[in-house]
Design a protein around this ligand. Structure first.
Ligand code: AHR
Length: 327
């Protein structure tokens, strides 16, 4: 950081004006640290889900224990806020920028600015669709297509040997976000092999409990027969459970439910039989991210892709691990 301090001071006026337009109650606007600690600018998606809260905690705690000065910015679900935060990090001359992109597209210009400024970028949790992979050093996170496939595989097995049509409703994540696109694609790829599976309605629930509930209410009104709900995350599934119960139906029995994440609330519902299957997506990316930040800062070569290890859970498995579930 020291080596960049003079530039940061010179850029002080510009920084003040840049941050005047930056939303959020975070510290993206404060200047970089004055010691020789590594400074990491991190732009988070928001606080839309239990997964996101656990992810933020993991990043903040890991930065503290790795001795990294973290400049954390909450984009409140808006790409324009992330772009502003990244520009602010560039102006502050942080050592490394990491971010979890709200959506996949539209990052080329700002990432080129970071590259031109000589600041390495790490994608965490979500990918971008820019073909120029030189815009970032690595991408650490889950394989969302594989997660969708695991959800589809469970369904195929569950209905093995049955011939009646299976009507599925789908709650998608935030439109344009990698986990929404990929979880839909992976699931669709598996179930298309058997025409008895039919997605009769598919709509975004924005990865939130509130929207998951509201959209499920409309599905229940518009669809005469729903056999299965596939929700792209636990929070939307949990909101949908409230709607299903309010409609006088039994979640997990009258309507089978598959979700993704495996946060504590989801695992609790799974252990109670209200959810039938959860595909894990780990939010605990902090320790690996800090390790990568240190290596990048050190000039070490790192892999272009760092995959998160994940599993799946049935109700019985959820009961076994619930007490130790940290998030
Ligand atoms: O990008 C990860 C996804 O974002 C999680 O599955 C979801 O809960 C979150 O909002």
């Amino acid at each position: 950081m020291l080596k960049r301090l003079s530039i940061a001071v010179a850029g002080g006026l510009l920084l003040a004006s840049t941050m005047a337009g930056c939303g959020g109650s975070d510290d993206a606007g404060s200047s970089g640290g004055g010691d020789d600690k590594i400074t990491l600018g991190f732009s988070q998606v928001g606080a839309e889900s239990g997964w996101r809260t656990a992810n933020t905690k993991s990043i903040q705690e890991s930065a503290a224990s790795a001795g990294i000065d973290l400049k954390f910015s909450d984009a409140q679900g808006k790409q324009e806020n992330q772009i502003k935060a990244i520009r602010s990090f560039i102006t502050q001359r942080v050592d490394v920028i990491a971010f979890s992109p709200v959506v996949e597209s539209g990052w080329g210009t700002v990432l080129k600015e970071a590259k031109d400024a000589g600041i390495p970028v790490i994608l965490t949790d979500r990918a971008i669709d820019d073909p120029d992979t030189s815009l970032y050093k690595t991408f650490i996170g889950s394989d969302f297509v594989a997660e969708g496939k695991k959800a589809g595989d469970w369904l195929v097995k569950e209905y093995e040997g049955k011939t009646d049509p299976v009507n599925i409703v789908e709650l998608q994540g935030t439109p344009g976000a990698a986990p929404a696109n990929d979880r839909k694609a992976g699931f669709g790829d598996v179930i298309k092999a058997d025409p008895k599976f039919k997605v009769v309605a598919s709509q975004t629930g924005q990865f939130t409990r509130t929207d998951g509930k509201a959209v499920m209410e409309t599905f229940l009104k518009s669809q005469p027969k729903i056999d299965v709900l596939y929700a792209h995350n636990d929070d939307m599934g949990l909101g949908a459970i409230e709607a299903i119960e309010a409609a006088g139906k039994k979640p997990g029995t009258d309507i089978k439910i598959i979700t993704v994440d495996a946060v504590k609330d989801g695992m609790t519902a799974l252990s109670e039989g209200k959810i039938n299957f959860i595909v894990e997506c780990s939010p605990l990316l902090g320790p690996q991210l800090m390790d990568l930040v240190k290596k990048v800062q050190d000039g070490q070569t790192i892999p272009q892709r760092v995959l998160t290890e994940e599993t799946t859970f049935t109700p019985e498995q959820a009961k076994e691990v619930l007490a130790d579930r940290k998030y």
